[in-house]
Write a protein that binds this ligand. Sequence first.
Ligand SMILES: [Zn+2]
Length: 373
Amino acid sequence: MPLMDKAGLLENLVSMSNRYGRDPELVLAGGGNTSAKDETALYVKASGTSLATITEDGFVAMDREKLSGILNKEYPSGDKEREAAFLKDVTAAKVDPADTKRPSVEALLHNLFPYRFVLHLHPALVNGLTCGAEGEEIAKRLFADEVLWVEECRPGYTLARLCSDRLREYHQKSGKHVSILLLQNHGIFIAGDTLERIDGLLNEVMGKLKESVVRMPDLSETGFDRTAVKEAEGKLSALNGAFVLHGAYADALRFSAGHENAAPLLAPFTPDHIVYCKARPLYVDDLDDLSKAFVDFRNKNGYEPKIVIVKGLGFFALGSNEKDARTAKMLFEDAMKIAVYSESFGGPRHMAEDMINFIVNWEAESYRQSQNI
Ligand SMILES: [Zn+2]
């Protein structure tokens, strides 16, 4: 690729990050990450920053050779031990060990692409495809071999390892390096040497997916039984002293019409949904049963629901404070959009049970740290 000095690289990286980060169709809060690289260093978004407002200081410089070395290392087989050792090695791959910023564990994936810029996002439209029962076949039909599909897998080391193998296989088979990677039940990576190339690829993907969608999510405001909603809010506040937000729009009403209607939302689509909305919401048919059902849910699962769906009333997002409730609401809306989009891609396909357990059991906190929301 033609040369670009460090200043030019970072200037382009900041501009790319800010532009996509401000588009609510593409990025939720602090989600997604970006990077730029030269021969020796990878500049990747640090934890705790958001693409919309990131500046040069929000990126961590990583030693590319050290990152590559991680993939050749032997790690312990236990999930917890392996991921802890992996995270330690990723942190140790910083160019400046005194730099206190935390790189995302997805830094390794960024390093795999032999292209200057990499954009990684979890847009609802794209995840309608990656969480669609026929997602892989439809991706092949729409994008042929321009896209590499990688099946659902544990985040962290396992994902980096799998993607590394798949990218190598792709290169061996086709003689070229792939620019678009779709991760099942996760999101998309787009890589290119110029911002124009990244933009062109993203537009192509979003355009083709939009053309394939038969029904769009409907977040328009709609009428609810205000008295019943107030009653539900009161009950929920009394149950855990939480901050309660109601989802008052058309799709929320449609999904809450009955247990069967709510089925696409009763299991998580992506790890983000588990981290911010818990693995499962509580669904109740009758407002009178709400308090008992809430307590039963807590006893059975060992945690309180973040999302409660009440038949005919839409859903309620709970949080220990307003920000927490807003984040849960935003992520549940994302799940709702994915559920609607997935109808155009073979119907919803949730995360596999062992993936859900993996995130629930111990990965939630490290995943949260790696995702930066
Ligand atoms: Zn991701």
